[in-house]
Write a protein that binds this ligand. Structure first.
Ligand SMILES: Cc1cc2nc3c(=O)[nH]c(=O)nc-3n(C[C@H](O)[C@H](O)[C@H](O)COP(=O)(O)OP(=O)(O)OC[C@H]3O[C@@H](n4cnc5c(N)ncnc54)[C@H](O)[C@@H]3O)c2cc1C
Length: 291
């Protein structure tokens, strides 16, 4: 059992890890290689930089700092998360248990514009298989996506739904989907349904009748993971209080995934706050188990 699992290896997640490690707790940072900071050619508005440096270099320095303090890194994609007294984080390869979770997943980027998708949200269009699979018992459903996250969501649905179809919307599959899942690669033109989703219409005029469409594009973002924990969102951003705590004790969030000013300095500050709040939570938990 880890003390803290931090999802996100950008400035917010790394900053939280620094505090947690220096307080004597263990921290495992899980992140893929797509921090926004890596895309920044030059950073010159962050404290202490006499000369501008590339985002990639700044990120590398932060990462090395965490490694020096004994932090563990897992370069895998997080596809699921659950709570059963402690937290279980599923990557595409393993499950990691922890007492605390910090969501530092950056700004969501996996938006898709399909006519009628947003109107049918909550009426057949879902963003969380583990939350909603039960409502689709014995029904035909589809998963929109082409990678590990789509595969994970489809596997959650398989035991419940009558049939699961993968819709890649014109993209090539990035993973091997099981043979019992039909994969349709044709781009989607629109969704149809009056009071709830009825069919998907493709660019070649073909249609697929489904009761549910689960959106799992690219990598699961912070709001996807937050929904799996039943956390509240506003405009797709995770809601936190002043101490970066979410409504679920032991879960904190920081950086671009909570919105606000999307800058390195804010991500670092919020990551520090989330780390300090996590330390407080871990210390209180330790006291309870000792008494
Ligand atoms: C082109 C560009 C230029 C910029 N220039 C500046 C600038 O000059 N100055 C400045 O202050 N800010 C700049 N920014 C903004 C700054 O980069 C971000 O505000 C900052 O990186 C946010 O940090 P974060 O830790 O919240 O998120 P990010 O840095 O985006 O990190 C998110 C982390 O979460 C991981 N992640 C997400 N989902 C998953 C998942 N399912 N499984 C595993 N890992 C996951 C990602 O791999 C990544 O490691 C720029 C941004 C861009 C895009």
């Amino acid at each position: 059992m880890k003390d803290a699992v931090i999802i996100g290896a950008g400035p917010a997640g790394l900053s939280a890890a620094l505090y947690i490690l220096r307080a004597g707790f263990s921290a495992t940072v899980i992140g893929t290689d797509n921090s926004s900071l890596k895309m920044a050619e030059k950073i010159e508005n962050y404290f202490g930089l006499e000369e501008p440096i590339s985002g990639e270099t700044l990120l590398e320095r932060g990462r090395n700092q965490v490694i020096t303090l004994g932090g563990a890194f897992i370069e895998e994609e997080v596809v699921g998360i659950s709570w059963n007294g402690n937290f279980s984080t599923d990557t595409n390869n393993q499950t990691i248990d922890s007492k605390v979770i910090i969501l530092a997943t950056g700004a969501p980027r996996n938006k898709v514009k399909i006519p009628h998708l947003s109107e049918l949200e909550g009426k057949g269009v879902s963003y969380c298989a583990v939350c909603d699979a039960f409502f689709y018992r014995g029904k035909d459903v589809a998963v929109l996506g082409n990678g590990e996250y789509a595969l994970h969501e489809a596997q959650e649905l398989l035991p419940m739904a009558s049939h699961v179809t993968i819709l890649t919307n014109g993209l090539e599959p990035q993973v091997d989907f099981p043979e019992d899942m039909n994969v349709i690669k044709t781009p989607i033109r629109q969704l149809n349904g009056n009071t709830s989703l009825e069919e998907v219409v493709f660019d070649d005029d073909s249609t697929l009748t489904v009761s549910g469409l689960f959106v799992a594009l690219g990598t699961a973002n912070g709001s996807d993971l937050a929904k799996k924990l039943g956390l509240l969102l506003e405009n797709d951003k995770i809601i936190v209080d002043d101490s970066m705590a979410t409504a679920l004790p032991g879960v904190f969030a920081a950086g671009d995934c909570i919105g606000g000013i999307l800058q390195v300095s804010t991500a670092v500050g919020e990551g520090a706050k989330a780390g300090i709040s996590a330390i407080k939570f871990l210390r209180e938990q330790k006291k309870k188990t000792l008494s």
